[in-house]
Design a protein around this ligand. Structure first.
Ligand code: ZN
Length: 289
């Protein structure tokens, strides 16, 4: 019975909060922002109490320590789904948290491997779990803006979008004292016109993704792992959701698999910062007119 209740809670959360990659646009467009009464309620835990991370034989592979610049130029672009690099860099992104149980469990896995990732947090979850956001920042990860209510921004007025993004930014600053520097729109839904004004007014580039394991459909941890391992190429931005316990369950094998393939993990801002350098190099090779 306990298990059934737990499963139901998972399903409700998954359905209510949906996913960034929800391809069903009808669902995305008809789901209105969660009512204020609901947003104040604590999130029911969809953590997986029976799961234990499998023991790896031998040492866990570790990401190299890198001191890469993260100051990307605003001129780098308005939106990105990947960045063109030749070295095997990859940016893992985790959306829809923070979650009180799953996010700390993921943070343990990342810390063990010296991996820095990017968390696209929902503002109302930041207000519910500010301590988790503080830990994310304290451990060197990056925080991005994922709106306050996880509604479909492409259906909202400019003022409503502005409120969503500003409220989330303020919640992050209150919780952890840092500003988000990039935006991921829920469901990836944002019109080009919106991307442009948000970029010019709030300085956020819109970050989409090049690898989508569709983990929010809960295909099972091994499927999530194999989709990410087969889809990742240098410069990839990988979409995942730390809201979902099975996604976190998939991470040890996923992260170790990418490390063994030679991938080096960077944050989204570090990945974006590689682009202007490359553009400058290309410009330098172009004869002046
Ligand atoms: Zn999302």
């Amino acid at each position: 019975m306990k298990f059934a209740a737990h499963f139901l809670a998972c399903w409700i959360l998954g359905t209510t909060l949906g996913s960034c990659s929800n391809a069903d646009k009808s669902t995305a467009s008809t789901s209105s922002p969660v009512a204020p009464s609901e947003s104040a309620a604590p999130v029911k835990s969809p953590s997986n109490p029976t799961y234990t991370t499998p023991r790896t034989t031998g040492p866990v592979p570790r990401n190299p320590s890198m001191h890469l610049p993260a100051n990307f130029s605003k001129d780098a672009g308005v939106s990105f789904s990947r960045v063109s690099v030749t070295d095997p860099y990859v940016a893992m992104t985790f959306d829809d948290g923070p979650h009180p149980k799953n996010t700390p469990r993921l943070l343990d896995m990342l810390r063990e491997r010296n991996i820095k990732a990017t968390f696209y947090v929902i503002g109302r979850n930041v207000d519910l779990y500010p301590a988790v956001v503080r830990r994310i920042v304290a451990e060197g990860h990056e925080i991005g803006n994922h709106s306050y209510t996880h509604g479909n921004l492409s259906k909202m007025s400019d003022d409503a979008v502005r409120t969503e993004l500003t409220k989330t930014r303020d919640a992050i600053v209150r919780a952890a004292g840092v500003q988000p520097r990039t935006l991921r729109p829920p469901y990836g839904a944002l019109l080009q016109r919106q991307r442009e004004w948000i970029h010019s007014e709030m300085n956020y580039p819109t970050i989409l993704w090049s690898v989508d394991p569709r983990d929010w459909q809960r295909p099972g941890p091994s499927v999530v792992t194999s989709r990410i391992l087969s889809g990742t190429t240098p410069g990839a931005i990988v979409l995942s959701h730390d809201l979902h316990a099975p996604t976190v369950d998939a991470m040890p094998a996923t992260l170790d698999g990418l490390l063994r393939k030679g991938y080096k993990f960077v944050t989204v801002s570090q990945l974006l910062a590689m682009k202007p350098a490359e553009a400058t190099a290309q410009a330098a090779n172009t004869p002046a007119e």
